[in-house]
Design a protein around this ligand. Sequence first.
Ligand code: ZN
Length: 210
Amino acid sequence: MHDCEAPARLTDGFRRFRRRYYEDESSLFHDLVHNGQSPRVMMIACSDSRVTPSLVFDTGPGELFVVRNVANLVPPAEFDDHRHGTSAALEFAVERLKVAHIIVQGHSRCGGIQSLLEGIGGQYTRPWLTIAARARAEVLAQHPQADPKDQAHALGQASILVSLENLLSFDNVRRAVVRGELTLHGWYFDLEAGRMLRYEGTSQRFENLA
Ligand SMILES: [Zn+2]
């Protein structure tokens, strides 16, 4: 059946947005339009409709530079003429906006991670998910008998570490990190528990974000 309510809901939503930001807080958008954006944080998040970064982190316009894709993956630097959407956003964030932080934001119950775990996917999804194939092999080797839900948790977190490693394969990212101008983070949103976990380099574990 044709769903004509969804666009109407968005139209109403835009009216509320306009009231909020163009009437009550007009100065904020005036500033963002005339002076441009200068977000300090780039977030690489999943396309999943439940993990919208501005909602989860309660941020306003101009605060987060976000790229979302299936399973919040960062591919390695690749020197060809293919169309690399995530890498292009990364380049813009680092070279133009000079963000100080990049957060790879994963989450539990991820359809992309589940597809990777099961080895399924379509024409574009399957090759995309192979970015984290190494994480899958590691998780299946370390937890061969584990409950699939626990394997998915482990894979969601392990794939974040692959993306953090891949970030360093981009020259501009690596140089900014070495200069101390950029910090990389791996975070994981546990949907069931309503908890945010953060990867800690010292313990090499994902720990509760206070
Ligand atoms: Zn997801």
